[in-house]
Structure formats: structure tokens, C-alpha cells
Design a protein around this ligand. Structure first.
Ligand code: FE2
Length: 180
């Protein structure tokens, strides 16, 4: 039984190695176009960081907005990983599969980062904010938004390059317009 179990593990590992990620460009674009809450939250967060207000007011805005952004990103990444990214046999790997794997792995890092920022804002509010901590938090929120914007731009490029009509096919650029 133990031998069978080991053989099964080896087989499963081999099958896993023999598969790689690609994207379904139509689904990935559809997910991005549908999650309007995410983009509205990012816009409101931008405004909260940019507009001059009393520090206490700024923190009072950041706490719920960072929590909302964490929830919106959890939904976005879960949908993208369930329907936008798909596994295919390695023999059918796209030429850019290493880049694709790297972009996919950014989801985890981005989600851990927004969770950390949201928890820090809550903690600052709970224990009474120290005035020197808020500028650092605002700067880090700005840096996070830029990192997320880069991620979206890379996925937009993936979608464009993976479209059946090829690069340049009609699409919505999620990194332009009112977003960010
Ligand atoms: Fe993504």
C-alpha cells in the first residue's frame, strides 16, 4: 500500500510538472471589466491620500477604504485565478510562460501587502495615531497602488498578446482613464 501511495505521489508530481499556466484572455478581461467596486475604491483611496485634510480625518478615511480594497482584491484575484488563468499541458505552454507565472505569483504578494496596510491603519486608529506614522502609511499606500498598477498593466499586455486576433485587438485598458 505504501509503495502504491509513493508511486501515486510520483505520478501526481510528474503530472503537475508536465502542466503550466496560460490565460483565457476573454475571461480575464471580462473579470477586470466587471469588478467596478475595485476601481471605485482605488479612486477614493487616491483622493483620501491626495487631498489635504486633518490627519485624524485622513486615517478615518483610510481604515475603511483599505479594508474595502483588501476585500475587492480578494474577489478579483480569486476570480482571475479560477477563470482567467488556466493550466495546460507543458507541450502547449505559451512562449511567455515564465513571465506569465511571475505575473500570476504577484497576486499573493499584493494581497499580503494590502492586508498588512489595512491592519496597520486599524492598529493606528485603535491605539491613537502617532502623527509621524501617518505620512509613512500614506506613502506606502501610494507605493502599493503603483505596484498594483504595474501588475494590471502587465496583465493587460498578456491579454493583448494572447487575444485570438493578436496584439492590438480591441480591448479595454484597465490602467488608463479614470482608473488610478
Ligand atoms: Fe491579476
Amino acid at each position: 500500500m505504501r509503495i502504491l501511495s509513493s508511486e501515486l505521489k510520483v505520478k501526481m508530481n510528474r503530472q503537475k510538472r508536465d502542466r503550466t499556466l496560460t490565460i483565457n484572455p476573454a475571461f480575464l478581461q471580462e473579470i477586470k471589466d466587471s469588478n467596478l467596486t475595485l476601481w471605485k475604491t482605488v479612486e477614493r483611496l487616491n483622493a483620501a491620500c491626495r487631498e489635504p485634510r486633518e490627519p485624524k480625518v485622513v486615517l478615518g478615511l483610510l481604515v475603511p477604504l483599505l479594508g474595502e480594497l483588501r476585500e475587492a482584491l480578494a474577489l478579483e484575484f480569486a476570480l482571475e485565478e479560477s477563470y482567467g488563468y488556466i493550466e495546460v499541458p507543458s507541450a502547449a505552454a505559451p512562449v511567455n510562460h515564465h513571465l506569465l507565472q511571475d505575473i500570476h505569483s504577484q497576486h499573493c504578494r499584493l494581497f499580503l501587502r494590502i492586508t498588512e496596510l489595512a491592519e496597520r491603519a486599524e492598529e493606528m486608529q485603535f491605539r491613537g495615531m502617532l502623527s509621524e506614522e501617518l505620512p509613512a502609511l500614506v506613502n506606502e499606500v501610494g507605493a502599493f497602488e503603483l505596484e498594483f498598477k504595474d501588475h494590471e498593466r502587465m496583465e493587460a499586455d498578456l491579454i493583448r498578446c494572447s487575444s485570438p486576433l493578436g496584439p492590438g485587438a480591441g480591448r479595454t485598458d484597465t490602467t488608463k482613464g479614470t482608473r488610478f
